[in-house]
Design a protein. Structure first.
Length: 140
């Protein structure tokens, strides 16, 4: 099951080029949207969650899953073919010391789930822990 369409992507992020749409849809629906949906499904299975059961056409959860799939696709599409075309998220330069540091958005080009994605899906919950200085250990 593919949890997002190219129409969903354009609803969240505006227009897309023909090349981006080709990468999203691929041939016979085996493009980036299908791959990311499968990654999400396998991640859900590892957490004992049946994603197909939770995502129905009339559920609010389906919209969240669609948004997360589109977010992951956006990160992947923002990764350029050429290192000079990629959008840097952070850059630092110096003069006489000849120093330069650049952080790229998704430099490795892999598909990954961020902590924020997991929180949006409800798969990552905060855990309350206590460090007791008298005992010297951690208690849940």
């Amino acid at each position: 099951m593919i949890y997002a369409t190219s129409d969903d992507y354009m609803r969240f992020y505006g227009s897309a080029t023909a090349e981006q749409l080709n990468k999203l849809n691929g041939d016979n629906n085996n493009g980036l949207l299908a791959v990311v949906s499968n990654v999400l499904k396998l991640t859900a299975e590892s957490k004992n969650i049946d994603l197909d059961e939770k995502v129905t056409d009339d559920s609010d959860y389906a919209l969240i899953v669609s948004k997360v799939v589109c977010d992951i696709c956006k990160r992947e599409l923002d990764t350029a073919e050429n290192e000079y075309d990629v959008n840097a998220t952070q850059a630092t330069e110096s003069a006489l010391g000849y120093s330069q540091s650049i952080t790229f958005n998704n430099a490795g080009g892999g598909i990954y789930l961020k902590q924020n994605d997991l929180k949006q899906l409800g798969w990552l919950k905060q855990k309350i822990m206590l460090v007791d200085p008298l005992i010297g250990g951690m208690n849940d």
